[in-house]
Design a binder for this molecule. Structure first.
Ligand SMILES: [Zn+2]
Length: 699
């Protein structure tokens, strides 16, 4: 059994001075009283008094009814910890910490340690929250005995209340039956190298066995570590550190409303709020309604209190089914945990919630700064924040990229396009092809994507409906030639641009490299040498050249051509560096030089491929082996191609003819050219010498 008189361990304890004999006897009698067997919410309605500008009178549990069950658990013998995740204005600190302190003072005097995020927060908590509790609730006030300092208060029955902050000296000193952690996600993750404040707190309560209690409450403030995570059970929270990690260790309770239309239970979460998006901000926020998950019925804000009162917490079992807290099948853990979002918050209207969201989004879209957005998502909505600005360590996120996609028709270049490139990835049974349009400052638009899997006319076995086989049949590579001649319409100009260049990745299955060389020689024979490039990626960060033309020297030496120039040149891509650049470009929020825009008409797999890799300390790696990443590779290739074309150094006011505005561009053709007419792909095709900077090798 725990030692009930812990004060004898406290070095600076002293008895209250000027105590009367009668008072001492009364105090002694009180400390001999058995703990009053009422729970925290019952105590609060009986003894707690509030005095705020809006309300003066007794505490009422029906004010924030969703807090009653969690507060009841503060006297649970089954659970050693209560974890509560919710936004601001849910009355969570009042219900779980202040009421628990009042309950201990009056019903069960024992030592309590409150841990706030910082020393300043602890001072504020003491003055505002504890000061208010004592001032307005006579039953608490009359029990003050002895010390009444900011961080240290004594009550009758040898109870001591300390208010501290997460430093190891405070969290390691004593065995304490009650450790209450408030605003947990504003605390450091690791207290002086000794572990989390929650785990250190639990150690303090351990010797009290089922009588000990650790509480942690907070809005979720930690970033999601895997933006592509999907839950495995109905209530699992995304992977983060902090309070949501504690929540996942517990019973994972979430709050449900019963729909007044179809009587089915659903979670009143932020994603179920709907508003009129065509109205200006203020009016849109006023139109906010909750939409039932099951019947789609609309629920107005006037019904929030009623639905909160009739609402219920459902927790997970070990296999993810949902039960009430007293069900024996509940998850086997000694932490009872809860999470609810902004729409249930008693002191926050839906109108405020939506207005803050809209204002924050507007700020984010106009300035690119997401501080306000993060604050409203975590503090007002009670949800973890997933940054849209890319943290390269976390990699890219398909949903985020999709959310940022632009409404642009596929196959059409925007009016400001200066040149178009094509990138080709060689797969075992197909060529994967992407078109990019580039404008001033190399602003880039991903405008097309296709896969070529049918062998071209005249290829071996072409009639047998086999798939393209780039490693086996060099003839299949002829399928790429029409791409070079196909003009891309440029919006609003009545003209089209023939692709400036095409680049093919030459790694892949056996036979691909030698067939790529064969194709390249045919390209040069047709006079297209300045427009077609082979490429090969090399990993490793901070390489000397991000992209540079190389010759396959070793092969030549092997064949005895040591002193001859190779007839083959390819682009060596420094893939890790270029992937960093592409990752930053695709997540750039505002248009302009360097931004990479994706058409929202792109198939989902393109977004998934762009997000297939994560940036590690060593470079980029696929999230899972074999995950398709063609779109990412092709964007990297496009960037390398632009570098080799010296497009980065173009003076956009005096550009070379191939990078001029469409009206003067040497690759431009008129759209209404008859389809049968062979597209006239411009100068480089006919010239013996390539365009400036791209010398065609002599054969
Ligand atoms: Zn319904």
């Amino acid at each position: 059994m725990p030692d009930p008189d812990l004060n004898r361990f406290l070095p600076d304890w002293e008895p209250p001075q000027f105590a009367s004999a009668a008072g001492i006897v009364a105090d002694a009698l009180r400390s001999l009283e058995p703990p009053q067997r009422i729970d925290v919410p019952t105590w609060a309605e009986r003894d707690r008094r509030l005095s705020t500008p809006n309300y003066t009178g007794p505490w009422r549990n029906d004010f924030a009814p969703y807090m009653t069950e969690p507060a009841r658990m503060l006297t649970s013998r089954k659970y050693g910890a209560v974890v509560f995740v919710a936004p601001a204005r849910t009355a969570k600190t009042e219900s779980l910490i202040q009421n628990a302190i009042g309950h201990r003072v009056v019903c069960n005097p024992r030592n309590v340690l409150v841990v706030c995020a910082t020393r300043d927060a602890a001072r504020e908590f003491s003055i505002q929250k504890i000061g208010g509790l004592i001032r307005h609730s006579p039953n608490v006030r009359e029990r003050i005995a002895g010390k009444d300092n900011t961080f240290d208060k004594s009550f009758r029955g040898n109870m001591r209340l300390r208010i501290g902050w997460p430093v190891i000296s405070q969290l390691s000193m004593l065995d304490i039956p009650d450790v209450f952690l408030t605003d947990y996600d504003r605390m450091v993750d690791d207290v002086d190298g000794e572990g989390s404040a929650f785990d250190l707190g639990r150690k303090r309560t351990q010797s009290f066995h089922s009588l000990g209690m650790t509480v942690a409450e907070s809005s979720p403030g930690r970033p999601v570590t895997d933006p592509d995570w999907t839950p495995e059970t109905p209530h699992e929270a995304p992977p983060t550190t902090g309070i949501l990690a504690l929540y996942n260790r517990g019973t994972r309770g979430q709050f449900y409303w019963v729909c007044p239309h179809c009587h089915e239970p659903f979670r009143p979460v932020m994603d179920r709020l709907q508003w009129d998006q065509d109205k200006p901000m203020g009016a849109a926020a006023k139109s906010a309604e909750m939409i039932c998950l099951h019947c789609g019925g609309c629920i107005g804000p006037d019904r929030k209190d009623e639905l909160n009162t009739a609402g219920m917490w459902l927790h997970e079992t070990d296999d993810g089914t949902l039960v009430r807290v007293d069900d024996a099948a509940i998850r086997d853990t000694d932490i009872v945990s809860y999470w609810c979002e902004g729409p249930v918050a008693a002191m926050q209207s839906w109108e405020q919630l939506v207005l803050r969201e809209l204002q924050a989004r507007h700020e984010f879209e106009t300035t690119g700064d997401e501080t306000t957005l993060k604050s409203t998502v975590t503090l007002d909505q009670g949800r973890p924040f997933v940054s849209s600005a890319l943290d390269l360590g976390d990699g890219l996120n398909a949903d985020m990229l999709k959310g940022m996609a632009k409404p642009m028709p596929l196959g059409v270049a925007p009016a400001e396009t200066r040149f178009v490139t094509i990138q080709v990835d060689v797969q075992g049974n197909r060529f994967v092809v992407q078109w990019e349009a580039r404008g001033v400052g190399l602003e880039t638009w991903l405008i097309g994507r296709t896969e070529l899997s049918t062998p071209p006319e005249g290829a071996p076995d072409q009639q047998t409906s086999r798939a393209i086989d780039p490693g086996r049949y060099s003839e299949d590579w002829a399928a790429l030639f029409p791409l070079l001649e196909q003009p891309i319409p440029v919006a609003e100009t009545g003209m089209s641009l023939v692709p400036r260049a095409l680049c093919i990745d030459m790694h892949g299955s056996p036979g691909v490299t030698s067939n790529a060389y064969r194709f390249y020689r045919e390209v040069k024979r047709r006079g297209l040498g300045g427009r077609v490039f082979l490429s090969r990626g090399v990993g490793g960060q901070q390489r000397r050249d991000r992209a540079a033309l190389r010759e396959p020297e070793k092969e030549n030496q092997k064949r005895g051509y040591r002193n001859r120039r190779s007839d083959i040149r390819y682009i060596e891509l420094s893939t890790d560096d270029l992937k960093d650049e592409v990752a930053l470009a695709v997540t750039r929020k505002v248009p302009g030089p360097g931004a990479y825009h994706i058409s929202d008409g792109m198939p989902d797999r393109v977004f998934a491929e762009l997000a297939a890799e994560v940036r590690t300390d060593k470079g980029w790696e696929r999230r899972k082996p074999g995950l398709p990443n063609e779109a990412f590779d092709l964007a990297v290739m496009g960037r390398g191609l632009a570098i080799v074309l010296k497009a980065e150094r173009v003076d956009w006011d005096a550009p070379p003819p191939w990078a001029a505005p469409v009206e003067q561009n040497s690759f431009a053709v008129t759209v209404d050219a008859a389809p049968e007419r062979k597209p006239a792909p411009v100068a480089p095709v006919r010239r013996r010498r390539g365009i400036r900077g791209q010398r065609i090798s002599k054969r």
